[in-house]
Design a protein around this ligand. Structure first.
Ligand code: HEC
Ligand code: HEC
Length: 115
């Protein structure tokens, strides 16, 4: 009887650990992927994380630049997924416009005398 109890306890521990590990893995991957993406966009617009984030809480979305960043992430995803995918050129990223600068100089130069 005691043997059976011990056996079931061990089995229960093993089972919950195994299921727990299985459930947790994708969450860690997502977090890593998010951080890698964040490092990439930060580099492409030439800033640091504090540009958009409160470093004490990365979930805090109250900064104005966080909101602009979120909109631009949507723009990039939208262009790639909805318009460029069928053409086979899903190549839009922050760098395309920003060129490593937080505020891209996007205006067409009309006169040769302009900077
Ligand atoms: C241009 C603004 C911007 C910059 C710069 C930026 N982030 Fe973010 N970050 C965001 C936005 C917007 C989200 C929400 C994205 C989403 O939910 O799809 C986010 C989400 C995150 C999250 C997930 C938070 C959560 O809800 O769990 C982490 C972690 C994070 N950023 C870390 C970083 C780190 C580290 C850096 C610097 C390497 C960085 N970010 C730079 C705008 C920015
Ligand atoms: C289609 C072109 C384009 C793409 C792609 C783009 N941006 Fe922008 N972004 C702009 C323009 C234009 C401005 C406004 C510059 C100004 O106000 O002079 C801007 C401004 C911003 C600002 C506000 C800067 C400030 O100081 O006011 C943030 C933050 C930003 N972009 C983040 C991003 C991120 C992150 C990505 C990639 C996920 C991205 N952008 C992709 C064109 C783009």
């Amino acid at each position: 009887m005691r043997f059976i109890t011990v056996f079931f306890t061990l089995f229960a521990i093993f089972f919950t650990t195994a299921v727990g590990a299985k459930k947790k893995a994708p969450i860690i991957d997502q977090d890593l992927a998010m951080r890698e993406y964040m490092v990439e966009i930060t580099r492409q617009i030439g800033v640091t994380c504090t540009h958009c984030h409160n470093l004490k809480n990365f979930k805090d979305s109250s900064k104005d630049l966080w909101k602009v960043g979120a909109q631009h992430i949507e723009v990039v995803k939208g262009l790639n997924r909805h318009y460029l995918k069928q053409l086979g050129i899903e190549k839009v990223d922050c760098y395309m416009c920003h060129r490593g600068k937080p505020k891209p100089n996007y205006k067409e130069k009309l006169a040769l005398t302009e900077d």
